[in-house]
Design a binder for this molecule. Structure first.
Ligand code: PCA
Length: 323
């Protein structure tokens, strides 16, 4: 940045000319702040692509919803306004329930189960994205989702009436079934939503809690490990096809590396970020049996609702996961 600012216009022109006339730059919108491990991983992905292509393809990451707001990112890639982007896969659950299976409570709660669920979900998600002119490059999970509140939560009854921050329709359904009052809030807006009293509880990962400095506005983290949802990085198929073959291969190889790296980063995040919460004074609570039983009941009902919505695709997906 600094260097760009002090260079004269002529120097900038010379510098960009010296890379290559054919070099391509892709703007890539992402929803989460730079410190988020997903975003760190995407920056590494972009670096790998630039290196592997000798600078022929530069991916410029626009984090924290700065280029497109989170709900607009998938549409922006679909319409070709941008060639690539990242979003929370379960945001598309209203397009098709298969996108949101990983946000269902207690269906897959360990990384091993999450891996099997992704394996069962991948073909269907790939086909659904294909119908939208998109191709998935890779998907990476968030750490297991836990409950953040301003008081101890002993049972589901204690959630009743709480103003509850949500991030997709599945979590909104959960909040409603728990008797809470859901409000959709994007990650960069979490601190303000709490400090202004718009919300007073949330379910999210240790990562997002720690990165949002949850200790500034709440006191308890209950480690319910309820689900392991994923972000997906997609590319517009036409944009991808326009790349020469060597560049396409470089993108796919960097994507495979990013997926493997991202899963490891996610696993490492879990304990590290719970420790950060603790260091900063958050009370880490093991959930009571009563709370878990109540949450599992809600999860069971949500799975039934999901089966109805997802139809044949959903049945095939669940069968592949459960066998
Ligand atoms: N962080 C994102 C999605 C899931 C997570 O752990 C969020 O809170 O919106």
């Amino acid at each position: 940045m600094f260097i760009t600012r002090v260079l004269s216009g002529a120097a900038i022109a010379a510098a960009s000319f010296s890379t290559s006339l054919l070099a391509d730059t892709w703007d890539m919108p992402t929803p989460y702040p730079d410190a988020t491990f997903h975003t760190v991983n995407i920056h590494d992905f972009a670096k790998d692509v630039a290196e592997a292509t000798g600078g022929e393809l530069e991916i410029k990451v626009h984090s924290a919803g700065s280029l497109f707001k989170h709900p607009e990112i998938s549409k922006a890639v679909r319409s070709g306004q941008v060639p690539a982007g990242e979003f929370f896969m379960g945001l598309l659950t209203n397009d098709n329930a298969a996108f949101g299976v990983d946000a269902l409570p207690f269906l897959a709660t360990s990384y091993e189960e999450a891996e099997r669920l992704w394996a069962a979900q991948k073909d269907i998600v790939t086909e659904l994205l294909d119908q939208q002119g998109l191709m998935p490059l890779y998907a990476v999970p968030w750490p297991p989702q836990g409950l953040y509140t301003t008081k101890e939560i002993a049972s589901v009854d204690d959630l009743a009436g709480l103003k509850f921050r949500t991030y997709n329709a599945t979590l909104e359904e959960f909040a409603n079934l728990a008797g809470a009052a859901p409000t959709q809030v994007e990650v960069p807006d979490i601190p303000q939503a709490f400090s202004t009293g718009r919300v007073e509880a949330m379910i999210t990962s240790p990562s997002t809690g720690a990165n949002s400095k949850a200790w500034d506005f709440l006191t308890h983290y209950t480690d319910i490990q309820a689900w392991i949802p994923k972000n997906v990085v997609v590319v517009n198929k036409r944009s991808f096809r326009r790349l020469d073959e060597a560049t396409q291969t470089a993108v796919l190889e960097a994507a495979a590396a990013a997926e493997a790296r991202g899963w490891e980063m996610s696993k490492a995040e879990t304990d590290a970020k719970v420790a950060v919460l603790k260091e900063n004074g958050i009370t880490i609570v093991e959930p009571s049996d009563a709370l878990m039983a109540g949450l599992r009941d809600i999860g069971a009902q949500m799975l039934e609702n999901w089966k109805e919505k997802s139809g044949e695709n959903g049945a095939a997906l669940l069968q592949a996961y459960q066998q």
